[in-house]
Design a protein around this ligand. Sequence first.
Ligand code: F0G
Length: 457
Amino acid sequence: MKTIIEPFKIKMVEPIKLTSPAERETVLRQAGFNVFQIPAEQVIIDLLTDSGTSAMSAEQWAGMLRGDESYAGARSWYRFEAVLRELTGMPHVLPTHQGRASERILFELIGGPGKVIPSNNHFDTTRANIEHSGARAVDLVIDEGKQPRNRHPFKGNLDVSKLESLIQAVGAHSIPLCMVTVTNNSGGGQPVSLENLRAVREVCQRHGIPLFLDACRFAENAYLIKQREAGQRGRTARAIAREMFDLADGATISAKKDGLVNIGGVLLMRNDDLARRANNLLILTEGFVTYGGLAGRDLEAMAQGFTEVLDEAYLNYRLRSVAYLGEHVLAAGVPIVEPPGGHAIYVDAAAFCPHIPPAQFPGQALVCALYRHAGIRAVEIGSVMFGQVDPDTGESAAPPMELVRLAIPRRVYTQSHIDYTVEALVEIYQRRDTLRGLRIVSESQALRHFTAQFEEI
Ligand code: F0G
């Protein structure tokens, strides 16, 4: 059979309110043309993020009821620890409330002024935690990773020669660790190959630099390796994921993505001394080492989610549904980051609305059009998010691309929801010259994309 179906049945449903164009116009204006300010109930298809928005399985909900809420040494903790150890081979497993809590603990310990942390692309919370410690975050993705139309199969790869040059320039002693984000969210959800991970590992090892993964979407990366990397087709996603972790000295994970849960995170490492210090910080700000700021039921849901996510029928359907959205809008001429990556389709808004200059936020114009036309909520990843002038340095980091991300929550929407999204995007594309730029009327000092208010030009 050619058709790849959702490998699950629906047991519980959540109604979607079907709003009218007039209602959406009012809501959009009240929100100051900022979709973060729109109540979720006023959204028909919510593609703002794939983080914490997964539908849990019957087994996960059953685990929630079985959760052991003991303060220390809960049964749910031992189950969670065993699942994570088997999956990753890491001896030290620290539970945290979400990915950025893992990042905060890690960079408080190894960051600080004078330190430099390279990655393919740091996610914004990772960068913020590194900079908060006083260290510098450096992005070293391969050049192909910055070219929307380049169909390189592993556009998330870290450029090994740029890493060598950085080590030459600042010295290995200034680099307490190197990160690799799998898949590379800030670079279009693009995967990293095993070959690249091995090469990065080799350079790091030669210079005595530990390698850590930002492994939020490790299962999607593993399955993309299976599909795209020579010699990997015959292996299981589980074996590939294990090899990815075997190449690393530690990892931060937001379980809100491939952990298939609504809240939770993990910090993993091999080094005993680092783990001892990390556990001290964990106790200080998250919770005791066997619950880390979570309930026992959350640990159960994570243990089950990290097991289910490597089911290949699930991964095949998951990556197919993202690619399906990408291929259908591409066929109608909509410019996107190619090839489709793991968890989202990224529309190239600069190419979509060439009549709107970056200063008038073409990505935000498209985000507003998607909401107006079809009640779809997407997110701008361009000049609104990254173009702000830093009040301390007076610099603004002009983003390399003006993107709009349509992130697909896991196991939430069916094919007809995706078809509806294709139709909306294509209809807007056909009248793209009617889209209008925006100007900011008020903004906060930092992270303005959450709260900025706009008006149309
Ligand atoms: N690393 C990556 C690659 C991420 O995508 C995220 C979150 C984090 C770390 C932080 O994890 O939210 O649990 O603290 N990404 C979400 C997104 C917010 O929409 O892409 P967190």
